[in-house]
Design a protein. Structure first.
Length: 264
């Protein structure tokens, strides 16, 4: 009986320690550096660097991440799930104001963002001068007339996405970056859309992976047809505040014309 009780006690202690370990992982702060080369990226821009963060959920963005991105990234892209039900708007406002220290902020909807009253969240975004890309695009033109477009769509899983509308005012020859919270948008993309890069989150990299296996693949980069697809593990967690085998991450992403290769 004594040995049984001792074994049970050790199991409980191990379980508690393991949960603490997973919680510590979930609260880590990582900035990963990514660089992509595209032959069709306008050479007159030379390069574009932005900070990408998705799936913030309940977390408060750590100041160390902001400090690393300031004076490096030219803009910020939030890939959805800025918050979820139960998150106070003032906490979200704090996160947005931190991100604004890096540069102009662009936001696309994630599935959990709809858990908040849409009008209330849109009002907050407007107050903080966040550019909301809800099935629309913004384009940037160089002095010699070359252009690239940042396209954002609403959440795919809830069927609010409308790529056709988002592309309405985008010139066919523009270099195109599509931001979609859910990477499954690839199921709808066609070659005629001429999307060079897709930025997504949503999957959390599986969040908890046992012996390398999880409900979703780890974040990373794939090339599907003519499109490069980048999926982030995300910064926060959902359902339970734990991670294992899928560390949280944010990203500094640099895009260069292929002939301008150099170290990031």
């Amino acid at each position: 009986m004594v040995f049984l009780w001792a074994g049970f006690s050790l199991l409980v202690l191990f379980s508690i320690a393991f949960i603490i370990h997973m919680k510590n992982i979930a609260n880590e702060n990582h900035v990963k550096y990514e660089i992509f080369y595209f032959p069709n990226f306008p050479s007159s821009f030379r390069e574009m660097t932005f900070f990408f963060i998705s799936d913030i959920h309940r977390r408060t963005i750590d100041d160390s991440i902001i400090k690393e991105a300031i004076d490096v990234a030219e803009m910020v892209i939030i890939g959805g799930d800025l918050l979820e039900k139960g998150v106070k708007l003032e906490k979200t406002r704090e996160n947005l104001r931190k991100l604004k220290r890096i540069g102009p902020v662009y936001f696309v909807w994630g599935n959990n963002d709809y858990e908040i009253n849409r009008d209330v969240l849109e009002a907050l975004l407007k107050e903080e001068e966040i550019v909301l890309l809800e099935n629309k695009a913004v384009s940037f033109k160089s002095a010699n007339g070359e252009s690239w477009s940042l396209i954002g769509i609403e959440d795919y899983s809830l069927e609010y996405d409308n790529l056709e509308i988002a592309l309405e005012n985008v010139e066919d020859h523009n270099f195109k970056i599509l931001v979609s919270h859910n990477p499954k948008i690839m199921e709808k993309l066609e070659n005629d859309n001429q999307i060079s890069l897709v930025l997504s989150g949503h999957t959390h990299g599986g969040q908890i992976r046992i012996f390398g296996f999880g409900p979703y693949e780890l974040g990373g980069t794939k090339v599907i047809g003519n499109t490069t697809v980048f999926v982030s593990n995300g910064y926060g967690t959902t359902t339970i505040p734990l991670r294992l085998g899928a560390r949280p991450e944010t990203h500094i992403i640099k895009i260069q014309h292929k002939q301008n290769k150099k170290e990031i």
